[in-house]
Structure formats: C-alpha cells, structure tokens
Design a protein around this ligand. Structure first.
Ligand SMILES: [Zn+2]
Length: 310
C-alpha cells in the first residue's frame, strides 16, 4: 500500500472528515502550452464558488475496475453550486508553511495524431519517467486516453508504480470550450463520454493507480464544461505554476521559470511528451535537487489536496 493510500485508510478508520481545503489562490487557468489563457478559464478558476469542500469519500472510482476500495480512496472536492465540478489549483493558503509542491505531467496525445505516431513521432517520454524514478519524485501524470492506447506498456508501468498516480486528461485532448488554441472541439454532449473513455483506456492498459482528477485539454473550461464532466465524479485540476516546457528548447529557462514560480503548496504543470516538450527531463533534473535544497518535499496532487498532509 502506498503512503497516501495508507493515510487514507487511517483517516477512514479514525472517521476524520476532510475539510478546510475549499479555497485556493493562485493565478491558474493559464495554459498547458506556451499560450495565453482563455478568459473563461481564469475567471472561472478564480471563483471560490467553484471550489468545493474535500470529501473523504471520493466521488468514486471512475474506472470501476479491480482494486477499488480503501486503497484507491483519494480526496476529492465536492461539486459546487449548480452541479459544477470543483476546481483545484494549489494547496490552500491555510496550509501555511508546509513546503510541499506537486509536479504534474500531461501525457498529451490528440485523437488525430495517430498518423504522426505511425510515422515515428514520439508522444511519450520514457527518459522523463526514468528520471522521476531515479530522483524518487512522487508525481501525478495527466494522461490522455489516446496516449494510453498508443503506449499501453508505458501506461501500465506508470499505472502500477506507487510513485505515480494517473489522472485523466480526456481521451481525445480536444477542447472543452469553443476557443482553445485551435484545438478541435468536443461537443458538449460528448464531454462526459470523452472523460469516461479515457478511464476505460486506462483500465484496459492495466493502470491501477487511477485518481478521479481531470485536467481540461489546454486548461480551457467554462461552466458548461464543468457541468458536463461533473457526473463522472472528477475534480478538475489546474495549476498555479506554468512550467513553460511546451515547445521549449532551453531546459535552463524552463527550470528557472519553475523555480521562480513555486511557493509552498504549488502545483506545477509540465509535460510528458517528447514531441511537444523535448527538454522536460533536463529541466526536471535541475529543478528537483534545487527545490529539495530549498526545503521542498514533492507530493502527488492527492497529497496536496489532503488537508492534513505534511
Ligand atoms: Zn494537454
């Protein structure tokens, strides 16, 4: 049992209610690319009404597969008013001086990129995953279902490794709002099934450490999108620090941007795809020892969302 799962089990035994993490600060809503935020994203993310209270009983085990039960329990935020999925951006400021930081990696592959993969373009990044293991950095991987289908062995390897937790980045990596950096758009009626299809892809690949967190492609969302995905039981997860690794060629610049942005409780967005983020591994190899030197501990998003976590 992993550390976070053990904590969860203990919390369950003690009947502790997870509360007090309902508001987050931070800029958030920027982008998971080198692009500018959609106005709707930051406005929505900034609204406390959209961030619910943590629930000790997660809205679920979206994959519904084997392994469901106490070991899979992770904190989630309850939907807000109007049935909108809650949005988490970083640990609540009340967490105070805990110098924790969560690195998250978007394993991007878009539904229409199959032909490019067939021609040899690589949307995976085994070197990055190996570096995270070597450096022993607990991390959250936001994987698209299409990525898991293209790289099932890697998806399973990540998905059974307690160092990681696997979260949902949609199946298609198509946009959930009408204007999101030129991405093809998912119809509102298809959003829920797009999320569920990713969870099914994880299950089929053998991923076991799935968590009910969802990151919108491009970080683009609005109320309609939050309402559409809420029935799947996910908590939407954004970030407060943009790594800037998408399409970057200078690892040092990415590392400096991360180091300049991280505060206690921060949530950093980076990528796990060589195609669009070729220097992420090198940046991580710089960032990790430096943040540790500054006293930071690396945690997963589920740990960051857990109010009693160190
Ligand atoms: Zn993405």
């Amino acid at each position: 049992m992993s550390t976070f799962a053990r904590k969860s089990a203990i919390l369950t035994v003690l009947g502790i209610t997870l509360v007090g993490c309902g508001t987050q600060s931070g800029t958030g809503g920027t982008a998971d690319g080198p692009r500018t935020p959609s106005p709707g994203a930051s406005a929505t993310a900034a609204s406390p009404a959209r961030t619910g209270e943590p629930t000790g009983d997660p809205s679920g085990d979206p994959s519904g597969g084997p392994g469901a039960g106490p070991e899979r329990r992770v904190p989630t935020l309850a939907p807000g008013p109007g049935g909108l999925a809650a949005v988490f951006e970083r640990a609540a400021p009340s967490r105070g001086a805990a110098k924790t930081v969560a690195l998250t990696f978007d394993a991007d592959m878009t539904a229409d990129q199959g032909p490019r993969a067939a021609r040899g373009e690589r949307f995976d990044n085994p070197g990055l995953i190996a570096a995270l293991r070597e450096l022993k950095v607990p991390s959250t991987v936001f994987m698209t279902g299409r990525w898991a289908e293209e790289y099932p062995d890697q998806a399973r390897s990540i998905g059974i490794d307690p160092l990681f937790e696997t979260a949902n980045h949609s199946w298609s990596h198509y946009a959930y709002t009408g204007d999101c950096y030129g991405l093809p758009v998912v119809g509102r009626d298809e959003m829920r099934t797009d999320v569920e299809r990713a969870f099914r892809a994880f299950e089929k690949a053998g991923v076991r450490n799935t968590v009910p967190y969802f990151r919108f492609p491009g970080g683009c969302y609005d109320d309609a999108a939050l309402r559409a995905v809420a029935p799947t039981g996910v908590t939407a997860v954004q970030w407060d620090v943009v790594g800037g690794d998408a399409f970057a060629t200078d690892a040092d610049a990415v590392a400096e941007q991360v180091l300049a942005g991280v505060r206690p409780g921060s949530l950093v967005v980076l990528h796990c795809t060589r195609s669009a983020a070729p220097v992420t591994e090198a940046a991580v190899r710089r960032v990790v020892p430096e943040l540790r030197r500054r006293g930071f501990t690396f945690v997963k998003v589920s740990d960051l969302m857990r109010p009693d976590a160190p």
